[in-house]
Design a protein around this ligand. Structure first.
Ligand SMILES: Cc1cc2nc3c(=O)[nH]c(=O)nc-3n(C[C@H](O)[C@H](O)[C@H](O)COP(=O)(O)O)c2cc1C
Length: 299
């Protein structure tokens, strides 16, 4: 998840049972141009284990070059390609879910990347641009021998964004029709929704938003939130210290700004969470954050 699945988040998810994590989406052009800010998105921490790089772009050759560079970093178990992001800034470049309207290009990208890297390659996409255009069958046909080892379907159409019905029946049809392993994604938030998705026959389940509130979702546990938030905070500071070279603000300031986004999610639903939400903009220093977390420890 863009701006969220940085090393701190990924470490916590792995610690609580995620068998694989993905980087946030990284621009292939930025990698090819060796942009320090883009390359920073491919930083990992030594304690990370099973991590795949998640790349986006429009041009098969540039994505292939980006995959080569990413492979040479020696940090990743695989390369995952984005063909599902509905954000206009991304689709305007012909990337993300724009590829659902240009399936020959989607196929060319997978072929070029699979040829360029020794790592396994996968792709994450959707059912189609909208319910009137369910292009998943053509995706399966085109990608069957393109070199991908699996396809992840976020079981929604682009027109749905991240909301509305998850089409599990269609996911089941996809699994039955696909020669390749299918991974499922979309609104898995607990054991019941995970089981409903598993019943479609998918080989794996990807969880996004629920992990932001509770990285324990991967083992259906609910860790105590104050120690979890404190651990995340320490990891975040370590991460922001690495970014110092090209950041105009101090690691502490960067940590505070980033962490505000995580803090409320962790404490959501607990007594005092709404007060915290109203107060987030008044948290300016690391001490403010420590105090806010400690407030919940003693609550
Ligand atoms: C803040 C945010 C950032 C996201 N960034 C990405 C991304 O970089 N790449 C991607 O494939 N999907 C991205 N997604 C979509 C999720 O990976 C996922 O497909 C979607 O949220 C549905 O799964 P969920 O219900 O488990 O959250 C993002 C979603 C959110 C909310």
């Amino acid at each position: 998840m863009a701006e969220f699945t940085t090393p701190p988040m990924r470490i916590l998810c792995e610690a609580y049972g995620a068998q694989r994590t993905y980087t946030e989406m990284v621009n292939a052009e930025g990698i090819c141009r060796q942009s320090p800010k883009t390359l920073f998105l491919l930083e990992t921490f030594p304690e990370e284990r099973h991590i795949w790089a998640h790349l986006y772009g429009h041009d098969p050759e540039r994505l292939a070059e980006a995959a080569r560079i990413t492979t040479d970093l020696g940090r990743f178990e695989g390369i995952d390609l984005n063909a599902g992001c509905p954000v206009p800034r991304i689709t305007a470049q012909g990337a993300g879910s724009a590829l659902l309207k240009d399936l020959p290009r989607m196929e060319a990208i997978v072929r070029a990347v699979a040829k360029a890297t020794s790592l396994p390659v996968s792709i994450k996409t959707r059912l189609g641009p909208n319910p009137q255009l369910p292009v998943w069958r053509e995706i399966l046909e085109r990608l069957a021998d393109a070199g991908a080892v699996s396809i992840t379907f976020h079981a929604r159409y682009t027109s749905q964004g991240h909301a509305g019905m998850v089409h599990l029946e269609t996911l089941r049809e996809i699994v039955e029709a696909s020669p390749l392993p299918i991974y499922g994604n979309g609104s898995v938030i607990d054991e019941a929704s995970a089981q409903a998705m598993a019943a479609t026959g998918v080989k794996a389940i990807l969880i996004a938003r629920a992990a932001l509130e509770n990285p324990g979702i991967f083992s259906f546990t609910k860790p105590e939130v104050a120690p979890l938030a404190m651990r995340h905070l320490e990891l975040e500071l370590r991460y922001r210290q690495r970014a110092q070279a090209f950041s105009r603000i101090s690691p502490e300031e960067a940590t505070v700004l980033t962490f505000r986004r995580h803090l409320f999610r962790y404490f959501k639903g607990l007594p005092g969470a709404n007060t915290l939400r109203g107060n987030l903009m008044n948290l300016h220093t690391m001490d403010d954050l420590y105090r806010a977390i400690a407030g919940f420890t003693t609550a």
